[in-house]
Write a protein that binds this ligand. Structure first.
Ligand SMILES: Cc1cc2nc3c(=O)[nH]c(=O)nc-3n(C[C@H](O)[C@H](O)[C@H](O)COP(=O)(O)OP(=O)(O)OC[C@H]3O[C@@H](n4cnc5c(N)ncnc54)[C@H](O)[C@@H]3O)c2cc1C
Length: 468
């Protein structure tokens, strides 16, 4: 139901001092800046706050100025203001890039950085950038001002440190990132006007093969935007190598806790977050020519094979002939990454009926033979992927077999999980959790697992032992 205007009161005192005095005097007023969040709730008949005080256009909240070695951004600055500011675009590109992702041009003209912060959506686009730059916030009220690290501001899902009588006045960024390499990526259903499935901001300073400083933050992977401290720690402790990359990816997977929702599945988010991390790290340390050269020899031969031979050769990586044919049709590939990207894109573009062929090509977890006939290579890879389960004790194998039976009764297909590197207990826990999924969530989670499997197998096929 839409809202009734007569139920609401809106005042616009016009100065910061009078807004703060009102908030101090009479509890229950809610600030409105650009209104792009508040008006959506109003339009949907879901705006609980009935007394609104406008802070739009208040001069103290709309300035961007340098004070000593800091950039002070007024909380009322819009995304357009951020995109047009020369210091932000040159020294804080993660923030100007995030501003350019946000909504439409109309939305960017109206939505404010302060509103994005206080709205506290786990999927907000500008927040990972603020975490990476270790922003601070100046909060103001009639009682005075306090300065808090932005990293402490969100205390839980949609919970913040802000008191009812306080406003965010300023977002403070230290001007010290000239030597850093930045990385910003949003993954959404479309490139514009889409809420993120996830987005990542990365910032790092390197010397030789070492990372001297690194900040990686991510949205949509936890109830609040997250700084990936454990992943950063792995990168700080080791010299760069492909093994460091793998360890960082494992650390990332253990410190995020995304949920399944209407925009994406947990498994998809975890897999893509790992891919983004990899992309960021490869911008810092370009790929090793020796490895690429070795891989290219396999690719070169495969690129030149007759179509049917080439499709048959990669069939073992996925088990779906439709997938193998579509990937083969996209040849030639210049390097591993190009092949992996195309392999994933083809997989995601396929219909659920086509996914089923791939699902059927795997043996049940704990068994050795698939329901349908598969290649010897595929059988050998399945056995290798499941080594830990085959050697688990009898009790856990029985529990997995029982889980498989319940899963097949519930979803009418076999339970699929990327078993490589997973312990039997962990697999059993995943199986039990996924038994509670609804049909659509489970289908997409299985598809994301299959995508992980096919990427691992493609790397193995290409001889990338370090990538295993
Ligand atoms: C069509 C559309 C597309 C969108 N696309 C994106 C997107 O791609 N990415 C994204 O991250 N967001 C997106 N948004 C969300 C929204 O535009 C942003 O969160 C925006 O930054 C909110 O700012 P605002 O000034 O409009 O907030 P408002 O609606 O005015 O306020 C939001 C909340 O913040 C509080 N508030 C605002 N300013 C202050 C302050 N200075 N101090 C204390 N409290 C304050 C308000 O009381 C309210 O609770 C979209 C919204 C719409 C409608």
């Amino acid at each position: 139901m839409r809202s009734l205007p007569s139920n609401y009161e809106l005042v616009a005192p016009g100065s910061l001092a009078s807004v703060l005095a009102l908030l101090a005097r009479e509890p229950g007023w809610t600030p409105v800046a650009g209104g792009t969040e508040v008006m959506v709730q109003y339009g949907a008949g879901k705006l609980a706050a009935q007394r609104l005080v406008s802070i739009w256009g208040i001069p103290e909240l709309r300035r961007i100025e340098t004070i000593a070695d800091e950039l002070h951004i007024g909380a009322g600055c819009t995304y357009t203001d951020l995109r047009r500011d020369s210091v932000i675009t040159s020294e804080f590109p993660l923030l100007s890039t995030a501003a350019s992702w946000t909504g439409s041009i109309a939305n960017q003209n109206r939505g404010t950085l302060g509103g994005n912060i206080v709205n506290a959506s786990p999927a907000a686009d500008s927040l990972p950038a603020l975490l990476a730059y270790e922003a601070e916030l100046i909060l103001t009220s009639a009682r005075g001002e306090r300065r808090v690290p932005y990293g402490d501001f969100h205390t839980g899902y949609k919970q913040t440190l802000l008191s009812p009588d306080e406003l965010i006045r300023t977002i403070v960024l230290k001007r010290r990132f000239a030597q850093y390499v930045g990385y910003a990526r949003k993954v959404g259903t479309r490139s514009a006007q889409a809420i993120s499935k996830l987005c990542m901001a990365g910032l790092a300073k390197t010397s030789g093969k070492s990372i001297d400083d690194v900040r990686i933050s991510i949205a949509s992977m936890a109830p609040i935007p997250l700084r990936l401290r454990a992943t950063e720690q792995v990168l700080l402790e080791r010299e760069w190598s492909i093994e460091t990359l793998r360890a960082a990816r494992r650390a990332l997977e253990s410190e995020v806790s995304p949920i399944d929702d209407i925009r994406s599945t947990r498994a998809y988010r975890v897999a893509v977050a790992g891919n983004l991390l990899e992309e960021f790290l490869y911008t810092l340390f370009p790929r090793d020519g020796a490895i690429d050269q070795r891989l290219n020899q396999v690719l070169e031969r495969w690129n030149a094979l007759p179509f049917e031979d080439a499709a048959t050769e990669i069939l073992s990586c996925c088990g779906s002939y439709a997938w193998a044919k579509k990937v083969t049709a996209a040849r030639p590939f210049s390097d591993t990454e190009a092949l992996l990207q195309s392999a994933s894109a083809v997989w995601r573009s396929m219909q659920p009926e086509e996914w089923m062929e791939a699902f059927r090509s795997h043996p049940r977890i704990g068994e050795r033979h698939a329901e349908v006939e598969t290649t010897a290579v595929s059988q050998a890879w399945s056995a290798g992927e499941q080594t830990a389960v085959h050697t688990a004790d009898a009790e856990i194998r029985r529990a997995i077999a029982e889980g498989n039976r319940r899963y097949e009764e519930r979803f009418a297909r076999i339970f699929l999980v990327c078993a490589s590197g997973k312990q039997p207990q962990e697999i059993l826990k995943i199986l039990e959790r996924r038994l509670t999924n609804d049909d659509d969530t489970e289908l997409h989670e299985s598809a994301a697992e299959q995508e992980q499997i096919l990427r691992l197998r493609l790397r193995r096929w290409l001889g990338d032992q370090e990538g295993m």
